[in-house]
Design a protein around this ligand. Structure first.
Ligand code: ADP
Length: 494
């Protein structure tokens, strides 16, 4: 239930619950004091004074005009009846002795000593059996000349005199109790989860992002807790990611320094060798110069790759996408490579590149895609050169296959060699920057370790995916998955 509805209902309940409770208490009081109908109670409450004044006035009149009436039994019986109806009683005195006591007086009290009020005037107000009675004495003279007095007892309360304050206190208590209970119920469902949220927020402030804030609440507060928990998870993920990036950055820096330091130390060593005269023959000097040149070229390549890698990593390289025929592009690209590969005795096999199979349209940056293929092919050349013939079933060869999965919206280019392959524990890491498997790290041919990281960045920049696997027959297999595009009308995308 929403907070607004909950508050609204609690306000309504605060108004109605006490009203209902007080009405019930009032009805209990009224029925227990003998009224069958609540209207009768209120009628009597309003009329009692008037009735009593009327009956007393009539009696006054009778006593003034014809006091002998009071001696007649028929009159007193009638008066008794009228007075009882008006919740009043009377006592008739003659020369200090009681000659008549109305039935209502007996109803008020059976053991009261009424005679004493012949000698002493009664107090203005008498309290008997929880009711207050207003008293008055009317003096008159009997027909025989003796002194007569009538004491009137007029009941002032409709219900016992303590009932009204008790009712007031009960009402006060009921209102208070209702407010306390409702406030507790409403606040329990709002304030408690908010307090729990506050505790969780403070924990987060202190850096504890692992504790799950288990807040059981519904409605808006429940939604707030869910959003809070999602925020905690995101914050934790993003902080974990930042820590990972930081770790990667440190590793990258250490790798870069190491990779640059190695050739520069070698260059320094060879230059010192020339300066100190260690390279004392023309032949030796020539060898030293060539090594220096090779090391400087290696450094240049590392710096180039590093530059491209960092630009790709920061997503600062603009891709020049064009919708091209991937089959045609690959066919031409590999034809250009074939000659170079044959020079190093590597046979190039292709599959799925025939023009008759029709075009495979994809949005690609041709230059960067060329970089990807070059990196993979040069790795194959590099690592196949390292492996001895005994590692290989036949000639050195690279097999390139293009498979289209148009219905799934992508195409896969597989580049497989029959070189040494890679240890399976190195396999998940080779696309990380500066990662080099043990065997290549120890070898002379080991490069920067950035080639495959660049491949991954470029393929992902194309919206594709790249992975590597060891072929069952031996050797390494790289798979490039690229999304295919519907041919653009003007032949160009972006
Ligand atoms: P490198 O400059 O060391 O070749 P790469 O990023 O191009 O760096 O490759 C990462 C690692 O993957 C290499 O060090 C090598 O161990 C492994 N690797 C890449 N291509 C091949 C392959 N064709 N055959 C065997 N191992 C390979």
């Amino acid at each position: 239930m929403s907070i607004r509805r909950r508050l609204y209902l609690s306000y309504v309940a605060m108004a109605f619950v006490p009203f209902l409770a007080i009405s019930c208490v009032m009805l209990i009081f009224i029925y227990s004091s003998g009224y069958q109908d609540i209207r009768a109670y209120f009628k009597e409450e309003g009329d009692i004074g008037y009735h009593q004044a009327f009956v007393a006035g009539e009696l006054n009149f009778v006593l003034e005009t014809d006091a002998s009436e009071i001696e007649k039994a028929s009159y007193t019986a009638k008066l008794d009846e009228k007075m009882t109806a008006a919740r009043a009683g009377f006592i008739v005195f003659k020369e200090g002795a009681i000659t008549y006591r109305s039935s209502y007086v007996d109803h008020i009290s059976t053991h009261e000593n009424w005679e004493r009020y012949a000698a002493e005037p009664p107090p203005e107000e008498l309290t008997l059996n929880q009711y207050r009675y207003q008293t008055s004495v009317i003096s008159f003279a009997y027909s025989d000349g003796s002194n007569g007095e009538i004491m009137l007892l007029l009941r002032k309360d409709v219900v016992p005199m303590y009932w009204k304050p008790i009712f007031g206190l009960t009402s006060f208590f009921v209102i208070g109790l209702t407010i306390v209970v409702l406030t507790y119920l409403v606040s329990r469902s709002i304030i408690r989860p908010i307090a729990q949220l506050k505790k969780a927020a403070l924990q987060m402030k202190e850096g504890d992002l692992s504790s799950i804030a288990e807040i059981k609440a519904k409605g808006e507060v429940g939604e707030l807790s869910t959003a809070f928990e999602e925020m905690r998870i995101r914050l934790k993920t993003s902080i974990d990611q930042s820590l990972l990036y930081e770790e990667n950055r440190k590793m990258l820096l250490s790798h870069i320094s190491h990779d640059l330091k190695t050739p520069i130390s070698a260059i320094k060593g060879y230059v010192e060798g020339i300066m100190d005269g260690i390279a004392n023959t023309e032949e030796k000097r020539d060898k030293y110069y060539k090594t220096i040149y090779r090391k400087a070229t290696d450094m240049d390549q590392i710096i180039d790759e590093l530059f491209l890698f960092s630009k790709l990593d920061m997503q600062k390289v603009a891709f020049d996408f064009k919708v091209i025929d991937l089959r045609g592009y690959l066919r031409e690209f590999l034809e250009e490579q074939r000659f170079d590969l044959e020079k190093v005795e590597i046979r190039l096999e292709t599959e799925g590149l025939e023009a008759k199979d029709g075009p495979v349209m994809a949005a690609a940056d041709q230059e960067k895609l060329g970089r990807v293929l070059t990196n993979i092919l040069s790795n194959s050349v590099k690592y196949m050169a390292q492996s001895g013939e005994e590692d290989r079933p036949g000639d050195r060869q690279i097999h390139v296959i293009l498979e289209t999965r148009a219905e799934q919206g992508y195409t896969i280019i597989t580049l497989a060699d029959n070189g040494p392959g890679i240890d399976s524990e190195d396999l998940p890491h080779i696309f990380e920057g500066f990662y080099r498997a043990e065997q290549s790290r120890n070898s002379e041919t080991g490069g920067s370790g950035l080639g495959l990281a660049i491949v991954k960045q470029i393929i992902e920049g194309h919206g594709g995916r790249v992975w590597a696997e060891n072929a069952a027959s031996g050797g390494m297999r790289f798979c490039l998955q690229l999304p295919v595009a519907a041919p653009a009308k003007d032949g160009e995308k972006q």
